[in-house]
Design a protein around this ligand. Sequence first.
Ligand SMILES: NC(=O)c1ccc[n+]([C@@H]2O[C@H](COP(=O)([O-])OP(=O)(O)OC[C@H]3O[C@@H](n4cnc5c(N)ncnc54)[C@H](O)[C@@H]3O)[C@@H](O)[C@H]2O)c1
Length: 308
Amino acid sequence: MTEKKVLVIGGAGFIGLHVVEQLLEQDWTVRIFDNMVRGDRDRAAELAKSGRVDVIDQDTRNGAAVYSAMKGYDYVIHLAADSINKSVADPYSSIDINMVGSHNVFAAAADLGVKRIVVASSASVYGDPQKLPMHEDDKLDPLTPYCIGKRTGEDLLGYYGRSRGLSWIALRFFNVYGEGQKTTAYYTSVINHFVNRLKNGEAPIIDGEGKQSMDFIHVRDIARAVVLSLTSETGNVPINVGTGIDTTVAELAHILIDAVGVDVEPQFNPRDVLVSRRAADTTRAKDIIGFEATIPVREGMTALVQSS
Ligand SMILES: NC(=O)c1ccc[n+]([C@@H]2O[C@H](COP(=O)([O-])OP(=O)(O)OC[C@H]3O[C@@H](n4cnc5c(N)ncnc54)[C@H](O)[C@@H]3O)[C@@H](O)[C@H]2O)c1
């Protein structure tokens, strides 16, 4: 049997650390490769004390560093990315990290004959969805350099799959939330905003009627999907990772009011807002990696509020 060791690129980040914890629980040994720009160096160092984690402080834009860190690893998880927030302000960095850096990872994996690479894509490859739930075969319409980078990543994986037999899975994460998330996280910053107001006894303020929705998925569910993808029999497809449930901003406000336990009602700020909605079609995740989300939004949000 192949040794259970895996290289996790971007493994010191929000999702990465949850992935590493689950890998350790399942007896994998782990190499974290992270430039620590957004990574938690202290937590990574703590994990390294287990003797089953080593940490390489390097950058995916350094192709030689990627290649040498990957040597001897049959399994790779690639989570490193320049964040969606930065992509419009600094498209150069976004393209550099999310396209050139990711290509270094994919090319090294193909050259080294990696058995499976699991890559973080994003639901943002769909752009504004035409219908719900969003299915993997729906038209893609990535709107910003970050989203274009994610789509290009999937296309490059397709190329290395066809030309070099690389076995890959790209996971289109929906709106990830949970313990350890940075307060600036793009789609889910609304959670923080509401919780901060509620903790001061203030009502959450909602733009428009609060009908815009997201498919909030807990980071521990996301991490489970990543680990399942390492060993699934079939691959070479993008897979949605969401709950399939769209939670409106108004519903979110009520969930968080209950979680914080304050006696307020949300306030509505009447203005025209673009009502975007999101919910994943989860059939493919069930069929290919045997994954279904198990943490209901109310439970996950309540735990998050209680831990903060
Ligand atoms: N959090 C979400 O809601 C969400 C949704 C969809 C997709 N994703 C994707 O999931 C992945 C992980 O997201 P996250 O929320 O954990 O982000 P994060 O920023 O917390 O983690 C990314 C990690 O990658 C590292 N990194 C960044 N650039 C690097 C580089 N050039 N070389 C080496 N390391 C580098 C950072 O230091 C960080 O530790 C990303 O690819 C992201 O695009 C996240």
